[in-house]
Design a protein around this ligand. Sequence first.
Ligand SMILES: Nc1ncnc2c1ncn2[C@@H]1O[C@H](COP(=O)(O)OP(=O)(O)OP(=O)(O)O)[C@@H](O)[C@H]1O
Length: 341
Amino acid sequence: MISIENVKKIFSTRNGKVTAVDDINLAIDKGEIFGVIGYSGAGKSTLIRMLNGLETPSSGSVVVGGREISKIRGGELRQARQEIGMIFQHFNLLWSRTVRENIAFPLEISGVPKAERLKKVDELIKLVGLEGREDSYPSQLSGGQKQRVGIARALANDPKVLLCDEATSALDPQTTDAILDLLVDINKRLGLTIVLITHEMHVIRKICHRVAVMEAGRVVEMGPVLNVFKSPEQPITQRFVQQVTELEESKETIDHLLEQFPEGKVVKLTFIGESAEQPIITNLIRQFNIAVNIVQGKVSQTQNGAYGSLFVHLTGDQAEVERAVAYLEKQEVSSEVISHA
Ligand SMILES: Nc1ncnc2c1ncn2[C@@H]1O[C@H](COP(=O)(O)OP(=O)(O)OP(=O)(O)O)[C@@H](O)[C@H]1O
């Protein structure tokens, strides 16, 4: 659906040249939710803006839905843009227009007759869950509702691709989750390809199928989200992954666990993908004459499966505990005894 080949973007500024995007190659499939993560200044906005022709690459090519966006201009570009919707961090709504009028705006621009426009707007209002707020003005809406208007407006011309520029960065965590659920729903229902940029790994974890990590204009790591969580290679990726996996695993916490549970063994189990669905704890309790106590843990879902870790405390006859540990080591989870040799 999207192909980015050898793309560079160099800005000339008063202080010299700035390479915002530095030789990027990406292929994004139809129906995929593709995330680009990076810190401020990494080049994410410049990259996403090249996908709908808001910026032109200094070199390389950008093809979306068979059209070379980087080469077309004027009417052809306007037509191509109808197939590429975009939502923004600060919503970019028209403040003097109601919800209904905001959503109708792109339809007016593309000359859709009034009756058809009204019908389409009603469908979109239902799709994004804004029934009852049709006649409100943006200033009367919560942040989440404003973004729902942004999404409905972006979908008005039935685009094939939706670009999301930090679309949840201005929202609280709960509203963020609701908007992300809406994006997944739209992706599934309409088969829409979604490209999003963010600096929050939580967003990537929750909805993306694949992720590219950007640093200084380059993609330094890329892959299915679960694989990147499982084995982040670059230091920057490891930092992003820690944003969401960090289970108070500092030395102090582990020392505290050891102090708290001087008997038996504390084992850390790491679950990735299908292993997270195995009934390991049940088997442990059924097969061994030991007590199993879950001390702490966190298992999260991604679009490609679950991952997470669990600390369990095993007590009982020493030989039986040893047998249970040996059993755990044979399972498809990684297990690590963290206490009492
Ligand atoms: N129009 C412009 N003129 C000059 N330099 C620019 C322009 N747009 C972006 N840059 C520079 O390009 C680099 C990448 O910026 P970009 O906005 O793409 O990064 P980003 O990862 O999206 O960060 P942020 O989240 O802060 O927007 C930065 O050094 C920025 O200053």
